[in-house]
Design a protein around this ligand. Structure first.
Ligand SMILES: Nc1ncnc2c1ncn2[C@@H]1O[C@H](COP(=O)(O)OP(=O)(O)O)[C@@H](O)[C@H]1O
Ligand SMILES: [Mg+2]
Length: 364
């Protein structure tokens, strides 16, 4: 075994999973180094939970290998895999106080009462619940309950923590706070974490490595900003970033250095690479990369606004083009429906995709 493999805490090697005839996971290859925080993200039904549950041993895979800590675990029962699933906070035992909820797994393992009390104190200080050990779940806030759920996993000292949308039924502000807490906890205990979410912002803000899935396939994986800056295909381009990337059909101009967008005004915009003239492409323009300017500004794309949505901090502007474009502007930008303006984009921010394969067109 080389060093790289030794450092791999979790590996999926060519993993396929069928539910009857339904192909839920397709040739999954994924390596998670020790101590990393990995997010699995994608639309509902893409196979995130199936992937996580296969790792936990709650689902059998159809072919391929899953390794944990250098050992193949395909045939190992869940409790021997030494992985802790962190469930949503409502999975706490309502009749038990925090201390008993935390130490329940240890009691099953016949750990002594004194040892359990010591562990409960240690873990309570890690999750900041020292003063609440005697409370019942119903006497805790949503965030405190979520921390108990985490504490229950921590006390087992597993090789890795597996989270399946643990924050999805918390309100928005608590979700943002818990996001930070889970991340801080991950760093404090130096654990390996695999975190499933359908929320791309949650994935981007929490993880060092984001895995984007669609229909059982890993579409792209990498550091969060790499996915944003260099989406490998239209799906990832549209999925990462909010509001979603605008996609506009276009044709490469004769000189190969610019494309003519199929918008109402057929504007030509420079691109950062040289392509074959006459070639059809899909241009991906992020709403936040489109810059408003006065009508007829040199090098700008003429637009007519069809709708303006002010949120205070930022304003969303919609153009009357087909396809409609969304522009994100500062909140102090004043504009009205029907206004005729211009917008600009720098060549580096024009993403180019092949309209047939939907793959990003590489550097030439
Ligand atoms: N036990 C099952 N039997 C049959 N199909 C299933 C089963 N579990 C999940 N699926 C299907 O597999 C796909 C992936 O499901 P899941 O992994 O739960 O998606 P996600 O967590 O990304 O929303 C879905 O189409 C779902 O309907
Ligand atoms: Mg799921």
């Amino acid at each position: 075994m080389n060093n790289k493999q030794e450092n791999m805490q979790i590996e999926f090697v060519d993993v396929d999973k069928f539910y009857g005839a339904f192909h839920a996971l397709k040739s999954i290859n994924l390596s998670i180094p020790k101590g990393h925080f990995v997010a699995l993200v994608g639309p509902s039904g893409c196979g995130k939970s199936t992937l996580l549950r296969s790792l936990a041993g709650l689902e059998d895979i159809s072919s391929g290998k899953i390794n944990v800590g250098g050992q193949t675990v395909n045939d190992m029962p869940p409790r021997k895999r030494d992985l802790a699933m962190v469930f949503q906070s409502y999975a706490l035992y309502p009749h038990m106080n925090v201390r008993d909820n935390l130490t329940y797994a240890l009691r099953l393992k016949k750990v002594s009462k004194a040892e359990r009390a010591k562990k409960a104190d240690e873990v309570a200080s890690v999750i900041g619940l020292e003063d609440l050990l005697d409370r019942k779940p119903k006497e805790l806030s949503g965030g405190q309950r979520q921390r108990v759920a985490m504490g229950r996993a921590i006390i087992r000292e597993p090789q890795a923590f597996l989270f399946d949308e643990p924050l999805s039924n918390l309100d928005a502000s608590l979700r943002v706070r818990m996001r930070k807490e889970i991340r801080a906890l991950h760093e404090r205990i130096g654990s390996t974490s695999v975190y499933v979410t359908h929320d791309q912002v949650e994935a981007m803000t929490m993880a060092d490595h984001v895995v984007v899935m669609r229909a059982g396939v890993i579409e792209q994986q990498g550091p969060p900003l790499e996915l944003y800056e260099k989406p490998a295909n239209c799906f990832v381009g549209g999925f990462i970033g909010s509001p979603a990337m605008n996609f506009v059909p276009a044709t490469v101009d004769a000189d190969g250095n610019s494309v003519t967008l199929k918008l109402d005004s057929s504007p030509s915009v420079p691109i950062a690479k040289k392509l074959q003239g006459g070639r059809s492409v899909l241009a991906g323009l992020r709403p936040e990369h489109l810059e408003l300017c006065a009508k007829n500004t040199k090098g700008s794309i003429p637009i007519t606004l069809s709708a303006v949505e002010a949120t205070g901090s930022i304003t969303f502007l919609f153009t009357s083009d087909t396809p409609e474009m969304v522009i994100v502007a500062d909140g102090n930008q004043i504009a009205n429906d029907g206004d005729r303006l211009g917008m600009k984009i720098t060549p580096e921010n024009v993403h180019l995709f092949d309209p047939e394969t939907e793959l990003a067109i590489g550097e030439t």
